[in-house]
Design a protein. Structure first.
Ligand code: G4P
Length: 533
């Protein structure tokens, strides 16, 4: 095998998707412990706690190191180099979260067994489905009295439109939680309440009729497990890795992250089942990781909050070939080549300068304003990777300059921060100077204001506006599109790339407009119509 191929086969790049409080931080911490990347439980947690409040978030941004190193965490496990991307789920939820998913090859979905499928998970799952990203599911908090496991699986199938394939099955729940049964290898994993389960007690049973089962979990739970397994084997086809890789079916595991129960088994399955770095679609062609020439794309830009230093870090996902330090690479959008001097890798809490990187890796490039989100670097070929779209904002505000003496700084800051992806800016059709902001998370508004003040010495004020739903619109017939836009000027905005966006305050109203205008197509992201300016 060539060096490139063997490096590709080592890589595993994934993100955790979940609703706040489902247990993402707890699981991340356990994964890092198993990977030897951290040694003290609580290291991740303390980072998260300080992130909860806005003022702390800002402080953390200023300190830089923390948030950068927690955006990507790398560790080694059983011969695989695992890259785990952070997808903020708390107050700092923003478009960054969605974009992060474009840089991974699979996702781990964490669901709270008490609450079931929740809103944020639903939103992130839509993005995974768009790209057919394979999803592995962990149903957490089995030590609490939660929903019935069958009901939870039904919810996942119905609400997330992905088929489920249970790999483990819980024995009891809450106070009666005794462990899980692995349906594939007939092993019992026994749970001891209130303990960090390292190692977990495992017992192999010859079949479900083995009396050892009754001995270990009690006759009543053993009977229930037998009934459950009979039922689920009738309802769900057996697990097929190809279905998972195609994003059609999700293998499901049950456990309790807090008690460290089921997490190691999850990681074992993740490292054997999850896909290697996958080919990525560019406008021009599909780019495979095995191609000898390097290519990659920028999916996140992290700006320095220190106003004296305008440098930023661009996060680049390596798609193909080998990336080497101090090499000239071609920046497709500008048509210029430049040298990558000090690329960094993100291993656990540290940043380190690297000499090379391989497909699946995420590297940080020092940036003095060259990069925009979505930019591609290659060895000379003009390809532009797809999949870094803008997502339909859910919160809108009209914005105005709050300090008349700083008009120029205000516009400059607003434009630059929109390019960086901090917020989306739209203009109104007949009032091109009136700006409307769109964000997916409230915190983006706070960040924008604070950065205008700190970095541009400008200020802004927001006013509420009557919009909650946005769709990018297009039509095969430009005349029909123009007629529609002219007839709906109050509801149509223009994004920074010149695309039209239809906005409304009710799903019902949008549906009616869609029905009445079948020649107009409505999209939840800009992906389908981006002109890639
Ligand atoms: P998040 O990152 O998805 O928001 O979730 P996080 O890991 O912070 O977990 C949210 C809460 O759920 C935490 O409690 C955590 O201890 C708890 N938790 C996580 N896994 C389990 C589990 O398997 N069983 C039970 N019973 N609880 C679990 P908290 O009280 O909010 O925080 P803390 O005081 O424990 O730090």
């Amino acid at each position: 095998m060539t060096e490139l191929l063997s490096e590709i086969h080592k890589r595993l790049t994934f993100a955790i998707i979940s609703h706040p409080d489902a247990g993402k931080t707890t699981i991340t911490e356990k994964l890092l412990l198993f990977g030897g990347a951290i040694h003290i439980a609580g290291a991740v947690k303390s980072g998260k706690t300080s992130r909860a409040a806005i003022s702390d978030f800002m402080k953390m941004e200023q300190e830089r190191g923390i948030s950068i190193s927690t955006s990507v965490m790398g560790f080694e496990y059983k011969g695989r180099k695992v890259n785990l991307l952070d997808t903020p789920g708390h107050a700092d939820f923003s478009e960054d979260t969605y974009r992060g998913l474009s840089a991974v090859d699979s996702a781990l979905m964490v669901i709270d067994s008490v609450k079931g499928v929740e809103e944020r998970t639903r939103q992130l799952c839509v993005v995974c489905r768009m790209r057919a990203t394979p999803i592995m599911t962990f149903i957490n908090k089995l030590d609490r009295e939660g929903k019935d496991p069958m009901e939870l699986l039904d919810e996942v199938e119905k609400e997330l439109a992905v088929q489920v394939r249970p790999i483990t099955w819980p024995i009891g729940q809450g106070k009666l939680f005794k462990g899980v049964y692995n349906l594939l290898d007939h092993t019992l994993y026994l749970f001891r309440p209130g303990e960090d389960q390292l190692p977990v007690d495992t017992v192999s049973i010859s079949s479900l009729s083995d009396p050892l089962l009754d001995e270990k979990v009690g006759a009543s739970l053993a009977r229930k497990l037998r009934d459950d397994v009979e039922m689920i084997s009738g309802v769900y086809p057996s697990f097929d890795r190809d279905e998972y890789i195609r994003g059609e079916a999700t293998p499901v595991f049950f456990g309790s992250a807090l008690n460290n129960f089921g997490v190691r088994e999850l990681l074992d399955h993740l490292t054997t089942l999850a896909p290697y770095p996958t080919p990525k679609e560019a406008e021009e062609r599909l780019v495979a990781p095995e191609e000898s020439k390097f290519s990659g794309f920028v999916f996140k830009i992290h700006a320095n909050m220190n106003p004296r230093h305008r440098d930023r870090i661009a996060f680049l996902r390596v798609v193909s070939g080998k990336f080497e330090r101090n090499t000239m690479y071609y920046h497709v959008r500008s048509g210029k080549s430049f040298r990558t001097a000090n690329p960094t890798a993100f291993m656990s809490q540290d940043r380190e300068i690297i000499d090379e990187a391989w497909p699946g890796d995420i590297i940080g490039l020092h940036d003095t304003g060259t990069f925009k989100i979505g930019d591609t670097l290659t060895e000379g070929e003009s390809v532009s990777f797809k999949g870094i779209p803008s997502f339909a904002p859910q919160i809108f505000r009209s914005i105005r300059n709050a300090d008349p003496l700083k008009e120029k700084q205000y516009h400059k800051g607003l434009d630059q921060l929109a390019e960086e992806g901090v917020v989306q800016i739209f203009s109104k059709i007949h009032q091109p100077n009136a700006r409307v902001l769109g964000v997916v998370g409230q915190l983006q508004l706070e960040v924008l204001k604070s950065r205008l003040i700190n970095e541009y010495a400008a200020d802004c004020a927001y006013e509420p506006i009557d919009m909650t739903i946005a769709h990018w619109i297009t039509s095969d017939d430009p005349k029909i599109l123009k007629t529609f836009v002219d007839a709906n000027t109050r509801h149509v905005l223009v994004d920074i790339r010149g695309n039209f966006v239809y906005v409304s305050d009710s799903e019902w109203a949008v549906n009616r407009v869609r029905q009445n205008n079948p020649a107009i197509r409505f999209y939840a992201t800009s992906e389908m119509i981006d002109k890639r300016a």
